[in-house]
Design a protein. Structure first.
Lengths: 115, 116
């Protein structure tokens, strides 16, 4: 069956450390993969997109890697801050123009950064 | 970016009733989508709201249960019909801006429905 999985257990880290979140998928061939941040009671906010032919993408303190052989994406937040505490969602989009905007989401991983 | 307003932000509804959720965007958008987020679950796409034509529904969702309108490029409604407690969820409107597909989706704040 097709699955996209994120660690459902909350990730607790100390301020200043690097947080690493994992997203694994099976039986999909994604055109690209995205990461979103969701705060309680709010809609998801787009963070980064990485395409199947890209290994790594960076944006400020954020870094995403994409390994299509392992069928895995890693999301890193360096020098983490308490304000980074939120739920992080990965989502993939399958090939095909008809699939634009049709995201398949993981269940999200909650990150808690302690001061 | 886009400002997406959803109404109502939350509601408590009785079993068997219907509720219409509105989504207003501050600019014209090419594509609009409705997602559902059930308690403790991931977001699931309900349908693509097509301007001037019938919505395109994903597997497991039907028009009779979730009728959608999109009369113009800035507005859409989703109705949850004949509600049951299983429909208790957050319903989210999302859009893609412009004609160049950057892949980025903008989401509204969501409408949290509780069905008793």
């Amino acid at each position: 069956s097709q699955k996209i999985e994120q660690n459902s257990e909350a990730l607790n880290i100390q301020e200043g450390k690097t947080a690493t979140l994992t997203c694994n998928y099976t039986n999909y061939s994604p055109a690209y993969l995205q990461w979103y941040r969701q705060d309680p009671g709010r809609g998801p906010v787009f963070l980064l997109l990485i395409r199947e032919n890209e290994k790594e993408k960076r944006k400020e303190r954020l870094k995403v890697t994409f390994d299509t052989t392992l069928k895995q994406s890693l999301f890193h937040i360096t020098a983490s801050q308490p304000a980074d505490s939120a739920t992080y969602l990965c989502a993939l989009v399958r090939h095909g123009s008809g699939n634009t905007g049709k995201l398949i989401f993981g269940q999200g991983t909650t990150l808690q950064v302690k001061p | 970016s886009a400002v997406i307003s959803q109404k109502p932000s939350r509601d408590i509804c009785q079993r068997g009733t219907s509720l219409t959720i509105q989504c207003q965007v501050d600019s014209q958008v090419t594509m609009m989508f409705w997602y559902r987020q059930q308690p403790g679950q991931s977001l699931t796409l309900i349908a693509t709201a097509n301007q001037g034509s019938e919505a395109t529904y994903e597997s497991g969702f039907v028009i009779d249960k979730f009728p959608i309108s999109r009369p113009n490029l800035t507005f859409s409604t989703l109705t949850v019909s004949n509600m049951s407690p299983e429909d208790s969820s957050i319903y989210l409107c999302s859009v893609i801006l412009g004609t160049v597909n950057t892949g980025e989706l903008f989401f509204g704040e969501g409408s949290r429905l509780t069905v008793l």
